[in-house]
Design a protein around this ligand. Structure first.
Ligand SMILES: Nc1ncnc2c1ncn2[C@@H]1O[C@H](COP(=O)(O)OP(=O)(O)O)[C@@H](O)[C@H]1O
Ligand SMILES: [Mg+2]
Length: 269
């Protein structure tokens, strides 16, 4: 497809012994966009991320990332991406700032402290910068993890289930961090099991099912696949998430009240 694609995947196949996971996966991700790979547990999302980040070899098919072939130019691919796995890879004993400085030094950046402070600010962690990560909430930890993976300014980031296991408030905080990434021009490929996460964040959504991408489109395109809506008059009940957020409050930096955010989305056809 387009030469401007940040990721191009064609006919990707992968089996683990006699378990066939990918049966011919095709998709492209446009530069600077957020692409959500949606699939249930065990669908093969992490397998795709591992192949694209050169941690695993495909059995068949081709994939390129930032113009580099994942099989033939693995080193180039690795230099141009960052990967945040399902489990936060931060050091608990260190403070948030120390974690960032450590990674910046490992990457031989000149002004590690300045890089760390910039990222702390960008992910609203400045107030917590000096505290041990062990004391961080799940959302803060995941935000720090994403911040760490951005050191060195990779043009593309893989986020494998960035909000799995987080409570609703923390999910909203991480969503804001992800939106911020795309806003700064980073291409984001995220995997998720949550429909609402894809709906909230993604420019395009691809659904992985039984080893293939069964649909791929914008949210509006995906909605058109449904039969036309019938108009029914029912009293709208808040979801449990609405109730939770209304009581506990959206502690993130968002100025929009949580009730409005969730409701507007659900009220749309
Ligand atoms: N190293 C491995 N060896 C054998 N089976 C694996 C391995 N990694 C993943 N699998 C299996 O492959 C399937 C897809 O796994 P995965 O890509 O992790 O799915 P997802 O990330 O969508 O949950 C699952 O059934 C999983 O158990
Ligand atoms: Mg996974």
């Amino acid at each position: 497809m387009s030469a401007d694609a940040a990721i191009q995947v064609k006919g990707l196949e992968k089996s683990y012994k006699n378990l066939t996971v990918l049966r011919g996966v095709d998709f492209d991700v446009a530069r600077g966009s957020i692409f959500a790979l949606l699939g249930s547990n065990g669908a093969g999302k992490t397998t795709i991320v591992r192949i694209l980040s050169t941690l695993l070899k495909a059995d068949a098919g081709t994939a390129s990332v930032n113009g580099f072939d994942v099989a033939a130019q693995a080193a180039n691919v690795r230099e141009s991406i960052s990967l945040t796995g399902q489990f936060a890879a931060v050091d608990e004993v260190l403070s948030g700032r120390e974690n960032l400085v450590l990674v910046a030094r490992l990457r031989h950046l000149k002004d590690a402290g300045k890089v760390a402070d910039g990222l702390l600010d960008r992910f609203s962690l400045t107030d917590a910068a000096g505290r041990k990560v062990a004391e961080y909430s799940g959302g803060m930890r995941r935000r720090l993890d994403i911040a760490m993976s951005l050191i060195g300014n990779p043009p593309l980031i893989f986020l494998d289930e960035p909000t799995t296991g987080l409570d609703p408030q923390a999910r909203i905080e991480v969503w804001q961090a992800i939106r911020e990434l795309a806003h700064n021009g980073t291409t984001v490929l995220l995997t998720t099991q949550y429909l609402d996460e894809a709906e909230q964040l993604a420019d395009r959504i691809a659904i992985l099912h039984e080893g293939r991408i069964i649909v791929n489109g914008t949210l509006a395109e995906l909605k058109q696949l449904l039969p036309p809506a019938e108009i029914e008059y029912v009293e709208k009940q808040p979801s449990l998430e609405d109730v939770f957020l209304a009581i506990v409050g959206d502690d993130g930096k968002d100025t929009t009240p949580a009730m409005t955010t969730t409701r507007t989305r659900k009220d749309q056809p």
